[in-house]
Design a protein around this ligand. Structure first.
Ligand code: THG
Length: 367
């Protein structure tokens, strides 16, 4: 493939200079910002992630800040997840939907205070939607994108590394909670979360000036732990069933189709835009849903468009994420499958760019 021409429209992150020194080999663009995708190779990065610790520049997961007396009210308007019992100090994975119940984003919402949230967004312009709702409803909330840059520390040795910088208390942070820690006199929120199933933390670094000192300190402290620069790994995330907005689902899908129906409490989520639309699908149930799929044969190419999923000559869905898994010795995949064909064990075929392949619907994701 051709190279990506750099320009102001494609934002660098405050970590990009270090990412490049670390030997990044490929980037994608996410929220109009650079996101590394490969360092050594996708497979080498994967094996290392599963046994050591990596530092990921995920600053492209921008924060949409809601601040003001109506912040929690606005947050609840954006999502069908019931947020009434969410206390400050918690992170929540929330589907964000439009007036038709279509998915606009699937961020992690960070509740800083009753009147202050950070929405850690996937790849869509949620800032514009939030500003539009805020202004249209005359809410008393300031909506903006603060200078917060997310750095993830992922892998089985993440705790050991984090303790060296932030002290033993970091080990006490529970899954999807965050606490305030200090680095070089600067306060930063650190959550137990991240886009991998290997465990780890996410550091919400405020102020671009602290980014490189933080990066350098992690590498300095983690030398004997074999700390390396990494990034969300395609193999590991498909094995773990982590969804990718824009790939596995778009605004054409409801949360129920994405398997996120369990996060929706459409009755309780008063004020949620799209509540009426979702009450209908919640009652009837979805007619298609995300499924883990196994593709037979040799390694398939990466999926950069929806591949038709066929039962004979009938189209029954699509495959949207694929890769060869070294640990499981099969092609792991994620797709959207019509209800007539979504039972585990169902045998289908997929039209890859290199021809037809046999597919089996799986019971569960691999990891
Ligand atoms: N961390 C933060 N922000 C993010 C991501 C992240 N923004 C963009 C993108 N990733 C959003 N998508 C996801 C998808 C899955 C998860 C987090 C963000 C995730 N899922 C857990 C799982 O499926 O095992 C648990 C979720 C739950 O509590 O139910 O972690 O990675 N800050």
């Amino acid at each position: 493939m051709a190279e990506l021409s750099p320009s102001r429209r494609i934002r660098r992150t405050p970590f990009s200079a270090r990412v490049e020194v670390a030997g990044v080999k490929a980037y994608t663009v996410y929220n109009r910002m650079l996101l590394p995708t490969v360092f050594e190779s996708t497979e080498a990065d994967y094996h290392h992630l599963k046994k050591a610790v990596q530092v990921w520049d995920v600053a492209c997961e921008r924060q949409v800040e809601l601040r003001g007396p109506d912040a929690s009210r606005l947050m609840q308007m954006l999502t069908p997840r019931d947020l009434r019992d969410v206390a400050p100090g918690r992170c929540v994975y929330v589907p964000i939907v439009d007036e038709t119940g279509g998915m606009l984003n699937d961020p992690v919402a960070v509740k800083l205070a009753e009147d202050r949230w950070w929405i850690s967004i996937a790849d869509s312009d949620l800032l514009l939607w939030a500003k539009g709702i805020c202004n249209g409803y005359h809410l008393d909330v300031l909506v903006d994108e603060p200078d917060v840059n997310l750095l993830a520390v992922q892998g089985p040795k993440a705790e050991d590394l984090m303790e060296r910088l932030f002290g033993a208390a970091v080990r006490e942070v529970k899954f999807f909670r965050f606490g305030e820690f200090h680095f070089q006199g600067r306060a930063m929120n650190i959550a137990r979360s991240g886009y991998s199933k290997q465990g780890g933390f996410e550091i919400y670094a405020e102020g671009a000036d602290i980014a490189m000192p933080l990066w350098d300190a992690l590498f300095e402290a983690g030398r004997d732990l074999d700390v390396r620069a990494g990034c969300p790994n395609l193999i590991e995330r498909i094995e773990g069933g982590l969804l990718s907005y824009g790939n596995d689902m778009t605004d054409n899908n409801t949360p129920h189709e994405c398997g996120l129906g369990k996060l929706c409490d459409t009755h309780a989520a008063m004020g949620c835009i799209g509540r009426d639309a979702l009450l209908r699908v919640a009652k009837e149930g979805p007619v298609q849903q995300i499924r883990p799929l196994e593709i037979a044969g040799d390694p398939v190419p990466l999926c950069d468009r929806a591949w038709p999923l066929m039962a004979g000559d009938k189209r029954v869905g699509q495959v949207t994420s694929t890769i060869w898994s070294p640990d499981f010795g099969v092609n792991v995949a994620i797709g959207m499958v019509r209800m007539t064909h979504w039972d585990p064990g169902t045998r289908l075929q997929v039209e890859t760019p290199e021809g037809l392949r046999d597919v089996t619907v799986r019971e569960s994701f691999w990891a």
